[in-house]
Design a protein around this ligand. Structure first.
Ligand code: ATP
Length: 524
């Protein structure tokens, strides 16, 4: 920490120079090429009016231009606000308005949505489009006249043609990213992360990855299918800047299991970070028939890894450590990760360097080993607060500790376990039931491919436990059989009293089980 991300990128350029840093869809880029494109784009954005502290919303699927934009924005002392391209127009509009965005950078496929969201948002000076879009050149107004305050559309390549710009002197304690949370538990809020917060999280993650550096001195190859526009992918991307021997990054536009396996073999990939649903998709293919001998570690994060999935991976791919990690946007994505040689299934590993974990009881005192409580965090990677929401900030940042809203516990060796989200806990007859415990049991049934458990308000019991299940094609198991199956395996307090079969379990834009949508399905 202590250096702005713009400066760190400049230093990385000196270290990696003309070596290949990035592979993307049969193209490759050296460190110098990437950083220089960033410097030119920075010049173009500044000529178009970007000032230090301004927010730049980035709405693109993975491609090199995402990283180039981050570099350009940080060089200018400005702030990146990446969004998932899957956001709906109203959600995007909320981000543009709330952040007071100056520019939006996108690709032709999302241009109509971006323009629709930006109409009438007074702070937006222009929408920048990377790639060929019909009618985009020389700052033409693509959306045409008569629709009110439609921002002008400018070409990314044209901005890059402007002269490269130097670094704006930026303190590492200033805001580098404004990231909007998924909103799975309420209205999407902006999380303010400084240059220091992002680089300390990235540095901590890097320490564990350096263990995987090849013994023969060749560069560590990492495969990235996670969106660079999500804090998890963003932190991993920033990580490359911190390595003493930066690796090569193989970037995927989006995840596809077959392509993932092909790229692992082609680039002799050693590490990758995925989410549980991607791991499930990999296991649903004949993974054993691919050459995955180069892979050492796959990290699973962002949602609970079902026990069944972890066990199946160990059985079928014993040479690849599947290490679960835990994080949240408010702590720059990386809180804990499993040590490769001592993985405990069900645990999310130990806190990464600099992060302190405290398990807190409801009365604010610290829980003992093995006792459930709220996971609280302290350390240099924490957010400064929610954007323009001091009351929301005060609710979660208390006494220097971030209250995550997750229930967890620690064991005697300091391993952390994430039990569930506090807001999802079902209280039936006064007993706390963690949906994840019930889901883990249902997933051991061979006919259940996905499930989600929620509470249905109940006049006598407070809440009743309802399980939504998605069955394997052709499966014939009945709800009554699944209830009986669960009843044999978990306590009477916890087994689901109602099982509802659905075609698919709804998921959020970052591939997490969408329990909010499931609760809404109960009301219908
Ligand atoms: P919102 O905060 O608006 O509800 P979100 O949950 O998508 O949206 P993120 O910051 O992306 O916000 O996700 C962080 C949360 O993801 C954690 O607080 C935790 O609930 C969950 N999570 C992350 N990793 C794990 C894990 N390994 N096991 C269980 N849960 C996890």
């Amino acid at each position: 920490t202590g250096s702005s991300l713009g400066l760190l990128a400049e230093l990385a350029k000196e270290r990696v120079g003309d070596e290949t840093l990035l592979y993307f869809e049969d193209q490759r880029w050296t460190g110098t090429q990437l950083i220089e494109r960033g410097a030119r784009l920075s010049g173009g954005l500044r000529a178009a009016g970007l000032l230090p502290g301004d927010r730049v919303v980035v709405c693109m699927a993975n491609c090199p231009e995402v990283g180039i934009t981050y570099t350009a924005v940080w060089r200018a002392g400005a702030v990146v606000t990446p969004v998932l391209f899957l956001l709906s127009e109203p959600e995007l509009r909320h981000v543009l308005t709330d952040s007071g965005a100056r520019f939006v950078v996108t690709t032709p496929d999302f241009l109509p949505k971006v323009l629709g969201a930006a109409i009438g948002v007074p702070t937006v000076a222009a929408v920048v489009v990377a790639g060929d879009a019909p009618g985009v050149s020389g700052g033409t107004d693509l959306a045409g006249a008569g629709r009110g305050a439609v921002p002008p559309v400018v070409d990314f390549a044209e901005l890059e043609a402007v002269e490269a710009a130097g670094l704006v002197d930026t303190s590492s304690t200033e805001m580098a990213a404004l990231l909007y949370t998924g909103g799975t538990t309420g209205r999407s809020k902006g999380v303010v992360l400084t240059h220091d917060a992002l680089s300390s999280a990235a540095w901590a993650a890097n320490v564990s990855h350096e263990e995987e550096t090849p013994e023969d001195g060749s560069r560590l190859a990492g495969l990235s299918p996670l969106p660079l526009s999500h804090v998890y992918g963003l932190a991993i991307n920033v990580m490359g800047l911190h390595s003493t021997r930066p690796g090569t990054s193989v970037l995927m536009r989006w995840f596809d299991p077959g392509e993932f396996l092909t790229l692992v073999a082609r680039h002799r990939v050693r590490i990758s970070a995925l989410v549980p649903m991607m791991i499930r998709m990999l296991l649903d293919t004949p993974v054993e028939s691919h050459d995955t001998s180069s892979l050492r570690r796959v990290v699973s994060g962002s949602a609970a890894l079902p026990r069944e999935t972890a066990l199946e991976w160990q059985r079928r791919l014993p040479h690849i450590a599947l290490a679960e990690g835990y994080g949240c946007t408010e702590a720059a994505a990386i809180v804990s990760s499993a040590p490769r040689r001592a993985i405990r299934i069900g645990s999310v590993g130990k806190p990464v360097g600099g992060v302190e974990v405290r398990i807190e009881r409801r009365d604010g005192t610290e829980a003992v080993v093995g006792e459930d409580g709220e996971i609280c965090l302290r350390g240099p990677s924490l957010m400064s607060g929610y954007w323009n929401a001091p009351e929301e900030t005060a609710k979660v940042l208390r006494g220097g500790w971030l209250h995550t809203g997750d229930v967890g516990k620690c064991d005697e060796d300091g391993y952390l376990y994430v039990v569930d989200r506090i807001k999802d806990v079902i209280i039936r007859n006064g007993f706390n039931v963690y949906p994840r415990d019930v889901e883990d049991v249902l997933l051991t049934h061979p006919d259940v491919v996905a499930c989600g458990v929620v509470g249905r308000p109940d006049a006598t019991r407070g809440e009743e436990i309802v399980a939504f299940v998605q069955l394997a094609p052709g499966a014939t198991v009945t709800p009554a059989e699944l209830i009986a199956f669960s009843r044999e395996r978990i306590s009477a307090v916890k087994y689901p009293r109602e099982v509802l079969v659905v075609d698919t379990i709804p998921i959020t834009s970052v591939l997490k089980t969408d329990r909010k949508a499931l609760r809404a399905m109960l009301d219908r």
